[in-house]
Design a protein around this ligand. Structure first.
Ligand SMILES: [Fe+2]
Length: 242
């Protein structure tokens, strides 16, 4: 079993997750030092703030900085994705397919924290119809109803480690874990935050007998994903305009 942190903000200054290369290196050191084998870097992409080209350029630049600063064996354990904010019509966005975890068709989608109406649900389903493999980010942070609707439609989900903290210790999410809807666990790490890394370790334990199953599903999704060390050698993709 490979322990995989599927959601973290560790690219230096790619978003508010890390303010410097030093912070990013510390983040990776904390993650890998706590028993995590593979980390997916998922910087925020906000479609209302920038286009895919601008994001891809920034992601490539910051990924390179991190790769150059990390020991080779650590860089080989990082994968590069994005956390894409869903908005109506995003399935038609040029370049959406370039925001997957590099080397896969898997795309981490974040729902807005405002009202999640039918249009938003449809948007997630349209991303799948486009041929991508959506995973809903931190389903623990949203109202139950729209999430359950999406899971009923067969959409996969990621839980944040923090879902397992506090009262109940994540018990209410266990049905989604045991029926296979939850395919990944994430620290959603921002900053070199020891507490968030420790929460990830605790969440793994709370998954109990399902821990191996969840990480096996994640490993399956990440099959063929490009390690950071190879990612930085590839040219930055350019979005084809229609
Ligand atoms: Fe996040």
């Amino acid at each position: 079993m490979s322990v995989i942190d599927f959601h973290s903000h560790i690219l230096p200054r790619a978003d508010h997750g890390s303010d410097s290369v030093e912070t990013s290196c510390r983040q990776v050191e904390l993650q890998l030092g706590s028993g995590t084998d593979v980390v997916v870097a998922t910087p925020h992409f906000y479609p209302h703030r920038e286009n895919a080209d601008a994001f891809l350029t920034r992601r490539a630049r910051t990924a390179k900085k991190l790769c150059e600063a990390l020991p080779k064996e650590q860089a080989a354990r990082i994968r590069v994705g994005a956390e894409v904010l869903i908005c109506p019509g995003i399935a038609e966005m040029e370049g959406l397919d370039l925001l997957t975890v590099a080397g896969t068709d898997v795309i981490l989608l974040e729902l807005p924290f405002t009202h999640i109406g039918q249009a938003m649900i449809e948007s997630v389903l349209e991303v799948r119809e486009r041929g991508l493999v959506p995973v809903l980010a931190h389903i623990d942070r949203y109202p139950t109803e729209p999430i359950e609707e999406l899971l009923r439609q067969g959409i996969m989900a990621q839980l944040n480690a923090s879902a397992f903290a506090g009262l109940g210790g994540g018990r209410r999410f266990m049905p989604h874990v045991s029926n296979g809807s939850v395919v990944a666990l994430g620290s959603d790490l921002h900053g070199a935050n020891r507490r968030e890394v420790a929460a990830f370790v605790r969440a793994r334990k709370k998954l109990g007998k399902y821990q191996a199953e969840v990480f096996e599903r994640t490993a399956e999704l990440l099959r063929g994903a490009t390690p950071l060390s190879d990612f930085v050698e590839q040219p930055v993709p350019v979005v084809k305009q229609a």
